[in-house]
Design a protein around this ligand. Structure first.
Ligand SMILES: [Zn+2]
Length: 307
């Protein structure tokens, strides 16, 4: 089954918003499951604008505890409570986030109508779902910071209707059972999915750096991503500032993408000092041609690599 994975950029600025760019937040949508990566102030309007829908299975991944990445969280939780959400929310973040949530929701009398299943961020697999998992790695920033990958398990192979017909499997329910990877009974014989589908395919892998300097360990962590979203706060001529503030330039992001052999790079977290991102993306493309500059509202569809 070819589940679509869509990545939408809700906020693509860095520490301060601009007229066109909100604070960091990215949403990954996969078969009714929403994964929100960082949650800057203003995220709720963007969630409405992009019709994300908050009644779904929801996982929140927070890279680090800087205001621009978390300040939208309390309001978001409050709105979901007002809507009477009952489903738990899964959350991965540096452990201290819970303290902030406890103190602020207590002071502001925010009573949540749903449980938060909190996982303190640490390197390795932090969450497992039926068809995908989430891994974390340490990033290099001015505070404790993490990068994440959302990684599907292997996808089933392409279904061949001609083979199913040749084996006299009636179209309909039995076909969908086979497509889901389970065998079916036709007359007195069992037909297994491998008889009617091609080889299993690699699932989709999406990486998000959060705020970080480039590092060899992140190159390993992001290896083979179909889409890598990377800190691109500065342009190459401001490399000294990137180093000092523990961020990356667009060219450094491109170098990580190239070394990690990813398929596509999306630059984000742009400093408010740049009116245009054109120069940043042009510099990056010299190193890694498959580069785009994210903007608020950009949606990228990610499909598994054909190979
Ligand atoms: Zn930031």
């Amino acid at each position: 089954m070819a589940a679509k994975v869509r990545v939408t950029f809700l906020g693509t600025s860095s520490a301060a918003p601009t007229r066109d760019r909100g604070l960091p937040a990215i949403v990954v949508r996969r078969e009714g499951h929403v994964i929100l990566m960082d949650c800057g102030e203003g995220v709720q309007r963007q969630i409405l604008e992009e019709s994300v829908g908050l009644g779904k299975d929801l996982t929140v991944l927070v890279t680090h505890l800087h205001g621009d990445h978390v300040s939208g969280l309390l309001g978001l939780l409050q709105t979901m409570s007002m809507a009477g959400r009952k489903k738990p929310v899964d959350m991965v973040a540096p452990a201290k986030l819970l303290k902030w949530l406890d103190v602020t929701s207590d002071l502001l009398n925010v009573g949540l109508t749903f449980p938060i299943r909190f996982v303190p961020a640490r390197p390795g697999v932090v969450l497992r779902y039926r068809d995908f998992r989430i891994r974390a790695a340490r990033a290099t920033h001015s505070v404790d910071a993490f990068s994440y990958v959302v990684e599907e398990g292997p996808r089933s192979g392409v279904f061949h209707p001609d083979r199913a017909r040749a084996l006299r499997v009636p179209e309909g329910k039995l076909w969908s059972t086979l497509q889901k990877g389970r065998s079916v009974k036709v007359g007195d014989r069992r037909v297994s999915p491998s008889e009617v589908t091609g080889p299993r395919r690699r699932g989709v892998k999406i990486g998000y750096s959060g705020d970080t300097r480039p590092s060899p360990s992140l190159v390993r962590f992001f290896r083979g991503c179909d889409l890598l979203i990377f800190d691109s706060t500065f342009r190459a001529s401001d490399a000294a500032k990137a180093k000092e503030r523990k961020h990356s330039t667009s060219v450094e992001a491109a170098a990580v993408a190239k070394r990690a052999k990813v398929r596509k790079l999306a630059l984000t977290h742009f400093s408010a000092r740049y009116v245009e991102t054109g120069p940043l993306v042009r510099e990056a493309r010299k190193v890694f041609p498959e580069t785009v500059a994210a903007f608020d509202g950009l949606t990228l569809e990610v499909s598994p690599s054909p190979g």
